[in-house]
Ligand binder design. Structure first.
Ligand code: SF4
Length: 591
């Protein structure tokens, strides 16, 4: 937004008060609160700013009684409830007041807060404090927390908010700034709700920016703040990562919106910067900020980037380490190309190792496809961030017991970070579409504590919802996967099991340490070729037999199937929908 406003001729300062607060509280505590997660969403980062934000803030004990597990989690951080209360009731209110006076807010014609995740109550607290001091100031809120109905409810309820951008701000914010600078009517600006006294003018339909028109971000103020405060004081042992946005929306969700996904709101339409522009921006930002670790915030990588962007990154001679969210359907060749380009960290949205569950999610993937991705990403030294989800209406116990049974065969591949239940998110199909299974949808309880504002309709500002659900598997079935993943993670952390093979003349040798003790075995002749043939990707026995027809040792489909079924029993191969995928990785790196 700063780059866009500057391009339009405005002067803009960005105040990274999050960095100031991290330096004030200490980076470890700050990061722990930011990442405070659990099976229930606590909204801890929001609740902590309640006393600063709301005149009717409730007693801290009410929240802490509702979430008694918070005390145990805090203890693991060497932090206790007394310190947490003091933070909420004294430290943060004083800090917000300081923020309201330490910057000359009166110098700005427009003060904007962009709010995502748990930044909202803090932003409301500071906005209200500034408005108390400077009643003539003009304040706008935007960002994901103000999208659509949520933004309308906030401006309706908080009479001191002047403007709310209801969707993407790229077009709306410069237009509003121009209207203010020129003295024209802000209420004519598309995408912005405008308050005039007690009246709130509804927004005209917003225009969405074309991605090629969005300039590269300007992080000068961020790095200036970091330098002033000291990177160690702000980040501790962590290091910055350069954040880039090369696309918006989701090309998969445009056609098959994953049933649980609440990303994108009204902006599902996929738009991306051309590969050459993406490359130029990434390199220019890396040079300007001397940063080599790059995180793309895109929901899903533009598949066209597998060509020109990867080629340019690979031939650039620059040792970037790039993160991207990708689709699970990437082949071995495509993963190899990403790795050579320096895209070494991926989040592929695997979500499950059950083809039936993936169908319920509308992921368009299968168990075998997900295993193929894990296999070749690991082979090309990429780190994979993924989770297993459970709790999908229509699921069966066997979907989980089958996963638990499969998992020991995958101990040589990177495990998921966690197993979690389905969250009901605003904008997701489970939220917007009528369901026979989901009923009594209501905001999660933490909103009641985070927003103790009598007139605020929580159902209109919430993003996470509780619900009653039927047609889900038993807790025992879910637990079977939880236990299997715990064991997988433990093995991966302590022993890094392997399943590899070396190719000899007419045979392969398999090296297998998944079960603990190392076992070696030789597989020769057509059987070795069959195993290699289903290594890159999954194929039916008939296809593999046909592929081997031209070789000297031709073999029929029935024999191939019998052999592969035996390999499945020995956990050397997985079978999914009549197709087979070998699990062993070549011990030698080949392109
Ligand atoms: S979960 Fe990922 S792939 Fe599915 S719709 Fe959402 S962004 Fe797209």
């Amino acid at each position: 937004l700063k780059a866009e406003l500057t391009q339009a001729g405005h002067q803009v300062d960005v105040h990274y008060l999050n960095l100031e607060l991290s330096a004030e509280l200490g980076p470890d505590l700050y990061a722990a609160i930011s990442g405070f997660s659990g099976e229930r969403a606590y909204l801890l980062g929001e609740w902590l700013f309640g006393v600063a934000a709301f005149s009717e803030a409730e007693e801290s004990d009410l929240y802490l009684a509702e979430f008694p597990e918070i005390a145990d989690k805090l203890a693991t951080l060497d932090y206790d409830l007394a310190a947490l209360r003091k933070l909420r009731e004294e430290t943060l209110p004083a800090w917000v007041e300081r923020c309201a006076t330490s910057v000359r807010w009166e110098d700005f014609e427009l003060i904007g807060f962009t709010s995502t995740f748990e930044q909202n109550v803090a932003a409301l607290a500071l906005g209200a404090a500034i408005k108390r001091r400077l009643p003539d100031s003009k304040i706008i809120f935007g960002g994901a927390n103000f999208d659509g109905e949520m933004g309308r409810e906030f401006i309706r309820e908080f009479g001191w908010i002047d403007y709310v951008a209801l969707g993407e701000g790229d077009v709306a914010l410069p237009a509003l700034a121009a209207a203010i600078a020129n003295g024209t009517a802000p209420r004519e600006v598309p995408g912005v709700e405008v308050r005039e006294g007690a009246v709130v003018h509804p927004a005209k339909p917003a225009a969405m920016a074309r991605m090629p028109d969005i300039p590269a971000p300007c992080y000068d103020d961020y790095y200036a703040a970091l330098g002033r405060l000291g990177p160690d004081a702000v980040l501790g042992r962590r290091r910055t990562r350069l954040v880039v946005e090369l696309s918006r929306g989701c090309w998969w969700g445009e056609k098959h919106h994953c049933t649980f996904c609440g990303l994108n709101a009204a902006g599902m339409e996929f738009r991306s910067k051309p590969a050459s522009q993406a490359y130029d921006e990434v390199v220019a930002l890396a040079q300007r900020y001397q940063a080599l670790n790059v995180d793309a915030v895109d929901n899903i990588m533009d598949m066209s980037y597998l060509g020109e962007l990867c080629d340019k990154l690979e031939s650039s001679g620059i040792d970037l380490n790039v993160f991207f969210e990708v689709k699970a359907n990437l082949s071995r060749t495509q993963l190899g190309g990403l790795s050579k380009a320096g895209i070494k960290r991926i989040q592929p949205g695997l979500e499950s190792l059950s083809t039936h569950l993936l169908g319920l999610m509308r992921k368009g993937s299968t168990m075998a496809m997900n295993v193929r991705l894990l296999k070749w990403a690991h082979y090309y030294d990429m780190s994979v961030v993924w989770n297993i989800l459970c709790g999908f209406p229509g699921e069966r116990d066997e979907d989980y017991y089958n996963q638990a049974e499969l998992i020991p065969a995958l101990h040589h591949l990177p495990p998921p970070t966690s197993v979690g239940r389905l969250w009901l998110e605003r904008y997701s199909p489970y939220f917007t579409e009528k369901s026979d299974y989901i009923s009594n949808v209501r905001p999660i309880p933490a909103y009641r504590h985070a927003y103790p504002q009598a007139g605020l309709e929580l159902a209109r500002i919430a993003y996470f919802f509780d619900y009653d659900v039927s047609g889900v598997a038993s807790p025992e079935a879910h637990q079977a996967v939880v236990r299997a993943v715990e064991q997988w993670r433990e093995r991966w952390r302590t022993r890094r099991p392997q399943l590899t093979y070396r190719r000899g003349p007419g045979f392969i040798t398999l090296h297998d340490s998944r079960a603990g003790a190392v076992s070696e075995r030789v597989i020769a002749g057509w059987r070795a070729r069959v195993l290699e043939r289903c290594g890159d990707s999954y194929h039916s026995a008939g296809k593999i037999a046909a592929d081997l027809q031209s070789s000297s040792e031709a073999v029929g489909a029935a024999e191939v199937r019998e052999f592969l079924d035996d390999c499945v029993a020995q956990r050397l191969v997985i079978a999914d929908g009549g197709r087979y995928l070998g699990l062993a990785l070549p011990s030698r790196k080949r392109a």
